[in-house]
Ligand binder design. Structure first.
Ligand SMILES: NC(=O)N[C@@H](O)C(=O)O
Ligand code: NI
Length: 170
C-alpha cells in the first residue's frame, strides 16, 4: 500500500446513512403538510442553519460549480467552525458528498456518498467535508451558510490522499 492511495467507493446517499453526519434535504420524508389552502405542500424544517461567532448571521448564496475528474484524488477536507453549510442543487444531477468524523486531532477516514438527483445536504457546524464536487457537468447550487467576521474556514490536508471512486453506473 506504500505510495498507493486508499480507495473509497462512494455509496448512494440516504437520510439514514447520512444521519450520523448531517441532514438530507429532499421530499422523501414525512415532515410535510399542506399550506396555502392546499395549493402548496410544505416540507418543513429539513435542516437547521447555524450561524455563530462574531456578527454571525445566515446568508444565502449561489455556487456555480465545475466538475472534477474521477477517480477523485482527495487530499483535503475543510470545516466551518462558526456555521453550517447547506447545498441544494439547481439541476437534477448527482454530485459527490464527502464527510469525515472528527477523531480529536483532525478528521478520520472519509465517507463518500453520491446524491440522488435533486437531493441536498446540510453540513452542521464543524463537520469535516470535501468541497463542492459536481460530477460530469457544471452544476449550480443554492448554498445556505454563515456570514460574519472571524475565521470560518479550517482546512486539513491528509498526509496520504484518498482515491474516491463512483459506484457502478454512476
Ligand atoms: N469555501 C466555500 O465557500 N465553499 C466550501 O466551503 C465548500 O464546502 O465548498
Ligand atoms: Ni464548506
Amino acid at each position: 500500500m506504500s505510495g498507493e492511495m486508499k480507495r473509497i467507493v462512494a455509496r448512494p446517499l440516504t437520510r439514514e446513512n447520512f444521519a450520523e453526519f448531517g441532514e438530507v434535504i429532499d421530499t422523501n420524508c414525512d415532515t410535510h403538510y399542506p399550506i396555502n389552502a392546499g395549493k402548496c405542500e410544505r416540507y418543513h424544517a429539513l435542516a437547521r442553519a447555524e450561524a455563530a461567532g462574531p456578527d454571525g448571521h445566515v446568508i444565502i448564496n449561489i455556487f456555480k460549480g465545475t466538475p472534477y475528474p474521477f477517480p477523485l484524488k482527495l487530499s483535503m477536507v475543510e470545516r466551518h467552525p462558526f456555521g453550517s453549510q447547506a447545498f441544494i442543487p439547481l439541476s437534477p444531477r448527482p454530485y459527490l458528498v464527502v464527510v469525515c468524523h472528527d477523531i480529536g486531532d483532525g478528521p478520520g477516514e472519509p465517507h463518500a456518498f453520491v446524491t440522488a438527483p435533486g437531493q441536498g445536504v446540510n453540513y452542521p457546524r464543524n463537520l469535516w467535508h470535501g468541497v463542492l464536487t459536481p460530477i460530469g457537468e457544471d452544476q449550480d447550487f443554492v448554498v445556505v451558510d454563515r456570514g460574519g467576521t472571524g475565521p470560518n474556514l479550517e482546512e486539513f490536508h491528509f498526509s496520504h490522499p484518498y482515491e474516491i471512486v463512483l459506484p457502478e453506473g454512476c
